[in-house]
Each structure stands twice: as C-alpha cells, then as structure tokens.
Design a protein around this ligand. Structure first.
Ligand code: GLU
Length: 302
C-alpha cells in the first residue's frame, strides 16, 4: 500500500476559499467566527472568498435564514467574491458525480435502519453486496484507503485508517436527498476551492472527502480546521442546537471585536471594514501568533 505524500502541496493555485453555512438558522457568534477565520485566511493570501449556502435539507432549513445570513455577512464587512451559490441549484452536478462513482463500482444500496446501526461508530459493511439499485435504500460510497494522512494548516499532522475508522459513508439518503459529503466535495471541485478552512468539529469528514476527491480524479485542497467557540462558562460549543443567540447586525463592530479577542487580537471598536483591515494586517504578519490560537480544538469567548 502506498502512503500518500504529505509534503506535496495540492496543485491548486491561487487561493480560493469559501464559507459554506447551512441555512438552519441565523448566524451566531460561532458561525460568525467561522466566516471571519475563512475570510481572513483567504484575504491574507490575496485569495478569493466565496459563499455557498448548503441548503440541501428543506426540513432543516429555516425560512428567511439564507437571506439573513447574507445580510449579516455584509453588515460585518465580509464581502464575498463572485455570486453566492446555493446547493439546491446544483443537483445535476451531484447526480453526474454519483454516476461517475457508480461506473467505478464504488457504490452500494443500503437498507439498514438507524436503529440497526445504533452503537456502531463505523458502518460495518452489512449491505456492501447490494450493488444494484434498490428502492427505499440509501446509497453508500465505499472507502478503499487503509491509511491516509495530511498536514492540517492549524491542527498539524492528521492520520487515519479510513477503512477501519471511517467506513463507508452515505452520499444519497434514503429520502432521495444528497448528503453533505458528496455535495460539498462536488462543489469544492467545481468552484476550484484550494483551501477548505472550517471548524474542527468537521475534521472527521476529511477522510471521506479526500477519498471522494481521489475517486473523482481531482486535486485535494489544503485543509485548515480551526477551534470551535465554547459557550461562555460552559464546555459546550456555541451552536444552533445549543440555542446560541443570533448575532445582531446593529452591534457588528462589537461582535467582531469579540471574535477577534477569541483569536488573541485586541482592537478598540471601529467600523467593520477598519476592524477587518487591522485583523488582516495581523494575520499576514504574525502567522505564528494566530497559529497558537488556532491549533487548539476549542476557544473560549470572554
Ligand atoms: N455546511 C456546514 C456547516 O454549516 C459547513 C461545511 C463545510 O464547511 O465543509 O457546518
């Protein structure tokens, strides 16, 4: 088995990054933090920063959330390059990539129920023999790598045995909706994303995503997984599930000051564009400094 060369840079230049929120609610400080870090890293490398709304699951979507997220980004001075994209417009692309994977015989139809899989951290491959389309079944993508590794921009060397520790992943759900892994990879490839900068809570997805890049014949991007913000006084991450409050656009400057403070940057309040300029100057000149704050798995807001 060949171990991938982790020193070889991805053949993807120039820098194109993205922020990919799901419209299941308004941005909270944790998701604003994600937007800010991906923006700063892209802009510090003279890169482009795109916004992609990951709206594939109508049941989880909150009405008006997409528009609200875009308004909040603008209020915080986070202007994106090119037009924003919506995953719900890109189903044909996902279908085409699904067909490619099917031609490679990397897919199977899985009828296991959630209940049957309770307590299984990794899918045991029960349905791996079902290679022909079946009704009322999810489609799984078969993982083949026994070992994989890469150097995360913030978290350092990451190593995994994907077959054993990740397992085969659902890419089309039983209800016919495309699942996150194939959709995100398809978009990142078609949008030419060179740097995927997002929260460390998604780090485990990398192993499936790297496998999908290889199967689809595309260069794998650089990854940077930054820490998640914790709720003040708690060990829980700030998230919609934990009812993190929506950020208020009229306090945009104060919100940015708070986010920068979590990164160890102390600025007096100013307009959002000025604050972003100051943060950018620090991000460019002090990579080591920002690295120290970014290499942990959690950060606390004070
Ligand atoms: N849509 C995902 C989220 O809101 C982000 C996925 C990604 O950045 O790859 O958590």
């Amino acid at each position: 088995m060949t171990v991938p060369d982790i020193t070889a840079p991805a053949r993807l230049t120039p820098y194109r990054g993205r922020f990919a929120p799901s419209p299941s609610g308004p941005l909270h400080l944790g998701s604003l933090f994600a937007a800010v870090v991906s923006y700063l890293d892209a802009k510090a490398h003279q890169g482009q920063w795109l916004v992609r709304i990951e709206d594939l699951d109508p049941a989880r979507e909150q009405s008006g959330a997409s528009a609200g997220i875009l308004t909040t980004l603008v209020a915080h001075g986070l202007e994106w390059d090119e037009s924003e994209t919506y995953q719900s417009d890109r189903i044909d692309l996902y279908r085409a990539n699904l067909a490619t994977l099917q031609r490679q015989e990397r897919l199977y139809w899985c009828q296991c129920s959630r209940k049957q899989l309770t307590g299984q951290a990794v899918y045991p491959g029960t349905c791996a023999h079902q290679r022909q389309p079946l009704a009322d079944a999810a489609i799984r993508f078969q993982v083949l790598s026994e070992q994989d590794r890469f150097v995360d921009l913030f978290q350092g060397l990451q190593v995994c045995a994907p077959c054993e520790q990740a397992g085969d992943v659902v890419i089309l759900r039983k209800d016919g909706l495309f699942a996150y892994q194939l959709a995100a990879v398809s978009d990142d490839i078609s949008q030419g994303i060179s740097h995927v900068v997002r929260g460390v809570d998604i780090l485990d997805s990398v192993w499936w995503q790297r496998e999908l890049y290889r199967a689809l014949g595309s260069a794998i991007p650089h990854y940077g997984h930054f820490p998640v913000l914790l709720r003040p006084g708690s060990e829980q991450k700030l998230s919609k599930q934990n009812h993190a409050p929506a950020v208020q656009n009229h306090t945009a400057s104060a919100n940015l000051v708070q986010v920068f403070r979590a990164l160890g940057m102390d600025f007096a309040s100013d307009s959002p564009p000025q604050l972003l300029q100051q943060a950018l100057a620090q991000w460019r000149c002090r990579p080591l400094f920002s690295q120290i704050h970014l290499q942990s798995r959690t950060l606390r807001l004070d």
